[in-house]
Each structure stands twice: as C-alpha cells, then as structure tokens.
Design a protein around this ligand. Sequence first.
Ligand code: ISL
Length: 576
Amino acid sequence: MTEPQWWQSAVVYQIYPRSFADSDGDGIGDLGGILAKVDHLARLGVDVVWLSPVYPSPQDDAGYDISDFQDIEPVFGSLEIFDQLLAALHERGIKLVMDLVVNHTSDEHAWFQQARRSKDDPKRDWYWWRPPREGMTGGDPGAEPTNWGSFFSGSAWEWDESTGEYYLHLFSKKQPDLNWENREVREAVYAMMRWWLDRGVDGFRMDVINMISKAVQPDGSLPDGVVSHGLYGDGTPLFTDGPRIHEYLAEMNREVFAGRDGQFLTVGEMPGVTIDEAIRYTDPARAEVDMVFQFEHVTLDQGPGGKWDVQPLRLTDVKASLGRWQAGLAEVGWNSLYWNNHDQPRAVSRYGSDAPEHRVRSAKCLATVLHLHRGTPYVYQGEELGMTNFPFGGIGDFRDIESLNHYAEATGHGEDPEDVLKALRYMGRDNARTPVQWDDSANAGFTTGTPWIAVNPNHTEINASAQIDDEDSVFAHYRRVIELRHTEKVVATGDFTMLLADHDQIYAFVRSEPGTALLVLANMSNETAVADQIPDAAEWERAEVLLTNAPSPEPSQPRLSLQPWEARVYRRRTDG
Ligand code: ISL
C-alpha cells in the first residue's frame, strides 16, 4: 500500500431503502424515511452510507432491475428529496455511495425496449441476443444458445418470439444482461456515473461487477457450462472475472474518476472472486476499484448442491477463509469486511446465536471480531441492533423472487416442500429484508401503513429506541468498535496475525504496528473456553483491556478464560 487512504479508517453502513423507514405510510421504506433517521447514523458514527438501488424500477428484483439510471423511483421519493438527503448526510460528515447495477438493466429500460424492437435496431447489440442452438427450434426445451442456469432458477436465456432470438439474463428474465463488448454501452454507463458524481455522490458499490465480461468466442458464440447437478450447466467460469474485466474497470476508473477532486469510494461486488484476482482488482497501481466484496466466507455453510444445500458452519473454516484473505491482501490491495447484507441471512442467526441467552453477547462478539480485522467494515441496517432472522412459516411469508422461483422449481421437481422451506427459512434473502425495528409499537415504527413484508415479532424486545441510550446495548457496542477504528491507527492499518487456527471455539488474532499490539480474543461458542495456548499469554494477561462485551472474569478464573460469546481486545505497548 502506498500512502494511507481515507477509507482505510472508515466504516460503511448499508441502507436497503425498502426496509429502512417509511415516511408516507404506503408500507414501503423511502428516502424521506432515511432523511428522518440520519441522526441514528451520525450517532452510530459511520463514515459512509451505501444506498441500495432507489432508481425507477418495476421491482422484479426489489430495485436491482433498473428502468432509468438517472432518476428516483416515485415510491422512494424524487431527485429533490435525494438531494436533501445527500446534503443532510454531508452536513454530518457522512458520505453517500450509490449502488451501480450495470451488468443488466430492467427489460423495461428504454435501451432494452428499443433493442427488442428488431434485429437491426441500433440498440440491438447493447444486449446479448443469440439464435437457437443449431438445428433446434426456438422456445423448445434445450434450444437455448447455452446451457447456463440463471441465478434465479431456470435457463439464463429467454426466448423472444417476435424477433426470433434469445436474450441473456444471468438473473431474472426481467434483468437482461448488457453487452459490455459494445463501446457505446460502456460510454453510456460512464456518462451516467459522471452525472451522479456531478450531483455530489461519493462513489459506487458495483453490483456483480466481475460478471460484465463474458467469454465470447471469436465466432461470437458463448460456450456451454459443465453440468454437475440439476438440469443446467454452470456458466460462472465463463463470466466470472472474464477476459476483458480488468480492461473495463481500468477504463471506467479513467473515464469517470480521473482528474476529479474529492474523496471517493469504489467497491466491486464480486461473487466467486479469488484472492489472486482480488489483488489485481484492488492494487492501487492498477487503478480499478478500491476494494471488493468476496464471497468465500458466506458460502462455507453451503454444500455441493449450492446455496440451498445448507450445511453446518464450522468456526475453523471461517477463520481459515478470512485469515487467507487477510494474508492474501496484506501487501497489495485491501479487504472489505462483512457478515451480512441484503442478500444474506442475519449475522447473529448465522455466525452467532440468536438464542435468547446468547443473542446480545454474540452480536457484540461478531462486531468485535469483524471490526478488528484489517479492511473496511460494512454494517448492514439492523445489524447494529442485533436483529435476527425471521420466523418464516409457509411460502406465502416470502417476497424475494429468488426464494419464490426456487420454491416453485424445486417442489415442481418433486422435492418435499417442507425441506425446501427449511433451507429458505435459514438462507433466504428476506431474512435481511424485514423492516428495521425502530421501536416496540405495532409495526416497529417502520410504517403507519401495512408493511410490504412482515415485521419480526421480536421487535417488542429488539429495537433501536430501547438501545440507543443504553450503554450495554448492541448499538453502544457497535458505536465503540466504529470509534476504535477512528482513534486507534493499528486497527485501521496494523498487520494481522491469526492465532489458534485449529481451535474450534476461539477466534484469536493479533494486530500490530511498530510500538503497539492488540490481541483480539473471542469465544464464538455456547461453552466456556480458555485461550491459554496463545503466544506471550503471560504478557497479555497483564495487558490493558481496551474493549469487552462482558464483566471482568472472577479473580478465581484464569484471565484468559472466556464465557460463551465473550470477546475482549487487549492493548500492549511493544518495543519494535
Ligand atoms: O444472493 C444471491 C443469490 O444466491 C447471490 O447470488 C446474489 O444474487 C449475488 O450476490 C448478486 O447480488 C447482487 O445482484 C443481484 C441482486 O439480486 C442482489 O440483490 C445484488 O446484491 C442482481 O442484481
């Protein structure tokens, strides 16, 4: 790393607007709702807000299907309210990062509407159109140009009867993929990004950005993927970190940011990215993106059958994975740190314990562990309150297209509906999307109307108003870990050394820089544990405790013993 960057000591807070706060009683969160809550964010002490999509959208994929990149969805507000929100955040020293969703558009975007008119429309080549497989009739089973499955079930190709070709959609059929091979597409995207920067935004979180370059062959075809389970082939090797991806990102950086004054943040969401690729993406010398979201630690509880093949999570796997990323990006590049977001189960229900006796302490434990790593931490709305997964019943409780499509497909193939529901309840994205719990009133203070998705019944106990003035709350603990990154240089930029890699209860590591070392000790289990095997145990036992989530151990206990979900940070001055 060359000179220190501002985002190395920053913490980002993600807002998923549909579920954050509703200002007009239609049951859907909106910009006015966020505006009313900016002091919550200021109080927490975050530096940046990442706003999930608020653009006009048919909401087939809850806003990740955009029909106009340069406006605001009326359900969420208007450009005027957006500007007010931006100003209110800036007044409080908080930056705003927009979600950039340019692997695909909505099928209702003007570009696609034009492209689908005819084969020789000037916009036709802005998307991926291909004829049926040689010798087959369009629309017949197996006639798709490749065997790729969509992330949202079914084929990744949709037959367009009127022009007699298929179009590619890696996600829903209402999310056609843009063809980044076409220079006009790239220029239109860069112009749109400049327009938002001119408006005052501070950067972009880039949706599935490592999928924009597809492995197109010299003859224009796209290859089939390997079929390992189910009907469809795995297309991911043919569009993950594809052949021209680094060229595109360097070009984007040049065309959008070069010569612009200000402090910006770019983070690429990159399913399937490897450490070697992440080094390339985030090497400052290459000027592509500042950091990436990698996915390794959020797939450790998934078996060979993929996302819905839920397996038990082992702490040793989590440590091995996050530790590898810490080591991999130690010299060149930078990590993003997250336990959850709008696509993942709630952190405390997955990596912690949402059992009543462990929830609060495990939420604080997770905060301590994540925020003490080297990288830029992301807090997902409600995480700072210790919000949990939702007690979903039947399929009627779910809203997310991914869950609904999977349920229809799996039960259609004869899977037991109860088994399918079991996986959805644990892994489904709706867990993250139930409304933020502001208070203990009927709709948790989220809306005066009928919420678009049910409020978690545990809002009577878990809510912001019960926590913000309570020094023992999860919220107060988040405030402390965020502040620590601002005040302790070693937290932001110190080296990282994993300890006790094979211990199946304790997550332990050291952060160090010349003159200072921190030891982080966390018992990520429901049983007591003792960390006396760590190097220099005697010195650490005498060291100052900088942060803890539990009362001091009884004098009769060894100091390095940890109660269930107890986490402690020690600080020691060193000579070197
Ligand atoms: O949660 C997932 C489904 O298993 C992921 O594959 C997810 O779709 C992937 O992380 C990409 O996510 C992003 O792009 C999607 C959108 O649905 C997600 O909300 C977004 O974060 C398509 O735009």
